[in-house]
Design a protein around this ligand. Sequence first.
Ligand code: SAM
Length: 239
Amino acid sequence: MIAIGTIRSPYGEKFAIPRQPGLAPEALGYCDLTGEFGVAETVRGLNQFSHIWLIFQFHQTVAKGWQPLVRPPRLGGNKKVGVFASRSTFRPNGIGMSLVELVDVESLNIDGQPTNRLTLRGLDLVDGTPVLDIKPYLPYAEAITDAKAGYADEKPSGQLAVIWSQAALQGLTNKPSAQLPTLDIKVLIEQVLSQDPRPAYQAGKDSDRIYGVKLASMDVKFHFPAPTVVEVLSLVALC
Ligand code: SAM
């Protein structure tokens, strides 16, 4: 199998990425198709679709292999289900699939290479994720409104209130990045942190601990001063 393209995403690391696409709609990024997949013919007609499936490799975990049983975060991290009853990244072949909004399709020349650049909204993938295939989303076949989803029946709503220190507000910039579409970093941080990125076993036991995450080329520091509150402490631009 070969990669047909690469994800450019505001998520500089796995930690804090929402567990499914669409939970942080401000997570805008690109899928760049290059080489033989960068010619305009491969995406002819794609702009007629509002959403696409990305089939990709969990490249940061694939080498760690898989287990028949996994602990989904939705079950608090202490109950096990079969790997095929989960969306765990640790699975045979390390293949993932995400349904994302397709904002734009452009055929460009980037650094002398023909490149099809897809602008995407609501990504749940780390920067640099290799994309194996793309397919248009077909609502008539794939939108099943009365489907059952077991332990994942409910959409996880943003559960935490996000507050900002003065220092963090001063660190805010919306300097456009050449690597990413224009996005509102404050909105993105609030959407991401309100989902509570901590592992289930740490939630509520760590009011003193300071966490850090790389988001949209910023080093974001935050902590949890109360069980349902996350405070952004500082933002520093990464070089
Ligand atoms: N929507 C996809 C699916 O169902 O196959 C992905 C779901 S998976 C639970 C989402 C998590 O994968 C994110 O929270 C992030 O921690 C992790 N992740 C994202 N990109 C990754 C990558 N390239 N390699 C390994 N893990 C990744």
